[in-house]
Design a protein around this ligand. Structure first.
Ligand SMILES: [Cu+2]
Length: 100
């Protein structure tokens, strides 16, 4: 099941403020592969040691998690979703939502 939560609150969006450094933990509790894509930004994949690649999409394998970091430097309302469109249409879509 897909859901967005920030600081323990689950309301369907990910509120961010311009200038923040954002850490997203993408958790896949399913047996499917999910290519997760963020609009309007690139992020750096946390490899745990060396600096990871910079991308706007990352595959989260079944039953695993991927951590990425990004700078909130492009105000707006940006989709974060699975790039398997039938997954996005089924609800694997949320918004990175800039707030003041
Ligand atoms: Cu998916």
């Amino acid at each position: 099941m897909w859901g967005a939560s920030a600081n323990g609150k689950k309301d369907g969006t990910l509120p961010v403020r311009q200038g923040e450094r954002i850490r997203l933990v993408l958790v896949n509790k399913s047996m499917m592969w999910h290519p997760i894509h963020l609009h309007g930004h690139t992020f750096q994949v946390d490899t745990g040691s060396t600096p990871g690649p910079r991308k706007d999409s990352v595959i989260v394998p079944p039953m695993s998690r991927i951590t990425v970091e990004l700078d909130a430097n492009n105000p707006g309302q940006w989709a974060l979703h699975c790039h398997n469109i039938y997954h996005a249409e089924a609800g694997m879509l949320t918004m990175l939502s800039y707030v003041k």
